[in-house]
Ligand binder design. Structure first.
Ligand SMILES: NC(=O)c1ccc[n+]([C@@H]2O[C@H](COP(=O)([O-])OP(=O)(O)OC[C@H]3O[C@@H](n4cnc5c(N)ncnc54)[C@H](OP(=O)(O)O)[C@@H]3O)[C@@H](O)[C@H]2O)c1
Length: 309
């Protein structure tokens, strides 16, 4: 009896919020093996309890290039969805920076992928990625993208807007705050534009890219509706049934708070985090729609899981 070779798709950051959705989606294909690259295989495995048997876990740290080759052996594609702990607030003293993990990790994975004969590199970048940006986060994502484009490996780059889902941080934080706080605090003027994207929709596109779709393209990806941060908060209020007044914290006050927080060791906030919070994250979906056959979930539908929570 002949057996078709199983296709191995490696996912760095596969234990994270976006990574988990990608891993589960790719693992739905019966002929795929998904290999999660993680700093802690045991902890990562626990996050997939009950999931498909075709998911394996391999120890790998994207800042330690020595073991990456071994981790990528036999893989047809690598998805890079790794991000440093505490993102988007950097902690340079601990090496938790966009430069080291996002950019450095991408460069290390590219080198290992080339050496291991991996055919395809898929990168989860960000809507504001721009190598000329004065904001480190956006600049290092932009530089990582350039390294990928110039590597000679087939690639697909996704630039997501705000990604949400039952296991996300931002929308869950809003929903949690609405439970306990008498008012909702919004950074900036609340007019920053977003296109909230259901994590499963991103995962579906990544799975297609792992199969070769969107080859050598960069795709902005967001939900089907552009809305302000305030509108997202109001939608969350409507779905959860918890209406609260919105209080805006002016940019100057946020920057002052960032400056003060940076003086403390292990800062919980920073000036660059302010750039992140007030950035516009709207997308042009035309390229994505032309290449990926996907119906993007409207936020009112995608956020239903918040009802009754
Ligand atoms: N969330 C959003 O709304 C959003 C929007 C746009 C773009 N993105 C981008 O999407 C990517 C994934 O974001 P996310 O929200 O899913 O992040 P996340 O939940 O914080 O997950 C990141 C994962 O990266 C892994 N990781 C951290 N440091 C590592 C290292 N040194 N070596 C190997 N793995 C490491 C961690 O896995 P282990 O602990 O198991 O090692 C962790 O599970 C990021 O690049 C982010 O910038 C996110």
């Amino acid at each position: 009896m002949t057996q078709t070779a199983r296709q191995i798709i490696a996912v760095a950051g596969g234990s994270g919020f976006i990574g988990r959705a990608i891993v589960r989606r790719i693992a739905q294909a019966p002929d795929a093996t998904v290999r999660v690259l993680t700093r802690d295989p045991q902890r990562a495995r626990a996050r997939f309890a009950g999931d498909a048997a075709n998911i394996e876990f391999v120890a790998a740290d994207v800042t330690q290039s020595a073991r990456l080759g071994e981790a990528l052996a036999g893989a047809a594609a690598i998805v890079n969805a790794a991000q440093f702990d505490g993102y988007p607030i950097e902690n340079p003293a601990k090496g938790l920076t966009f430069q080291r993990v996002d950019y450095g990790g991408t460069v290390a994975l590219l080198a290992a992928a080339r050496a291991a004969g991996v055919e395809r590199f898929i990168y989860i970048s960000g809507a504001a990625a721009d190598e000329r940006s004065s904001t480190g986060a956006f600049r290092w994502k932009g530089r990582a993208e350039r390294k990928i484009r110039e590597s000679g490996i087939e690639f697909t780059i996704f630039r997501p807007s705000l990604v949400y889902g039952p296991e996300d941080r931002v929308v869950n934080m809003i929903a949690k705050a609405l439970k306990f706080a008498p008012a909702m605090i919004v950074p900036g003027d609340g007019k920053q534009r977003l296109q909230p994207l259901l994590v499963d929709d991103l995962a579906a596109c990544v799975a297609l890219a792992a199969d070769g779709r969107g080859r050598n393209g960069i795709y902005e990806i967001g939900g089907p509706e552009t809305m302000t941060f305030d509108a997202l908060v109001r939608l969350t209020m409507e779905i959860t049934g918890r209406r609260r007044p919105i209080i805006h914290i002016r940019e100057a006050a946020l920057r002052m708070a960032g400056r003060i927080a940076e003086m403390a060791p292990g800062a919980l906030f920073s000036r660059e985090a302010v750039d992140f919070l007030i950035a516009d994250n709207a997308c042009d979906l035309s390229l994505l729609r032309a290449e990926f056959p996907i119906t993007l979930t409207p936020p009112r539908e995608g956020l239903k899981y918040l009802a009754g929570g």
